[in-house]
Ligand binder design. Structure first.
Ligand code: ZN
Length: 306
């Protein structure tokens, strides 16, 4: 019988052991540094420059888990690195799919004595993420991956996995601009982690029920169209791509575009999936019958701009 309390103690024990022994070997994994610039990298011209340069903005990272899952984040004594277990009981931690928190190039995918199965991704602007103790890895070095791509699963591999399933996660920044980041020790180039725009850092801190917004489907706003609407390729295009039926329907977002008349004129356009023709397209908000006002959904909320 596993209780959350007991499990938390076990994680704490694991962290203590990690603190005592140093999380991973003092030298960063050679695989992470052997080939700094993978050919597939769409960015990081900076990696070839030399010397320190001005800090570059990080991409908007999401938690590396499926949309809606809740996880506990804990820095223990190894802030800014985080350990993560699945809420509410840790059940399902082992084997949970790990998804790329932002797009990037896999720069390391290997087995490490202490860290177990390890993956490291280089994102834009000299920012990196590193994953330890994985159950398995499903990406290989040199591959460019989109945000939300599965990179493997959470596990307990490596001596410092302490036989307790959890994700050890690090965000890194290539401070010395040598085309790689070090990880796994207090002296490494790791930095405070943030997810969905919020920072999670500080010694001995814990956050419960942090919800993943990775690869979530776009939010739907329900509207009623007064007639079947022709859909266009963009808010400014006159190229018809399909039709949206009359009646209750949903849209994702709004934008300003060319004037369009249907029992009134509107400059607003709505992006949605279509009933026929292309999968998606733009329909005029004039079909909502609201004239020149910024379109709202049936609950009276403004439809956000795309
Ligand atoms: Zn850890």
């Amino acid at each position: 019988m596993r209780t959350p309390q007991l499990n938390r103690l076990l994680v704490a024990g694991a962290a203590t052991a990690a603190l005592g022994g140093g999380l991973v070997a003092a030298t960063p994994a050679t695989a992470a540094t052997a080939t700094p610039a993978a050919p597939a990298a769409p960015t990081t011209a900076a990696a070839t420059a030399s010397g320190p340069a001005k800090a570059q903005a990080a991409p908007k990272f999401q938690l590396p888990f499926a949309c809606g899952q809740k996880w506990q984040l804990n820095t223990w004594g190894h802030s800014p690195a985080l350990d993560m277990v699945k809420e509410p009981t840790q059940h399902g931690t082992e084997g949970a799919a790990l998804l790329a928190p932002a797009s990037g190039t896999v720069v390391a995918s290997f087995r490490h004595d202490n860290g177990g199965h390890v993956v490291q991704i280089r994102h834009t602007g000299r920012h990196y993420t590193t994953y330890l103790h994985m159950k398995y890895r499903s990406v290989s070095k040199g591959t460019w991956i989109a945000k939300g791509t599965k990179i493997g699963a959470v596990g307990k591999t490596g001596k410092l996995g302490n036989n307790h399933p959890h994700l050890h996660y690090e965000q890194g920044y290539d401070k010395n601009n040598n085309g790689s980041v070090t990880w796994g020790s207090p002296a490494a180039e790791r930095v405070a982690a943030s997810f969905n725009g919020k920072k999670y850092t500080g010694k001995l801190k814990q956050w419960d029920n942090v919800k993943s917004a990775n690869k979530c489907a776009p939010k739907k706003y329900y509207v009623t169209t007064k007639a079947a609407a022709t859909a266009y390729a963009s808010p400014t295009s006159k190229k018809a791509v399909g039709r949206l039926g009359k009646g209750r329907s949903y849209v994702f977002c709004a934008a300003k575009g060319r004037s369009f008349s249907y029992k009134g004129t509107s400059k607003y356009w709505l992006y949605t999936e279509l009933d026929s023709g292309s999968k998606s397209g733009w329909v005029s908000a004039a079909y909502l019958g609201k004239g020149g006002a910024r379109p709202k959904d049936l609950a009276g909320r403004h439809i956000p701009y795309c």
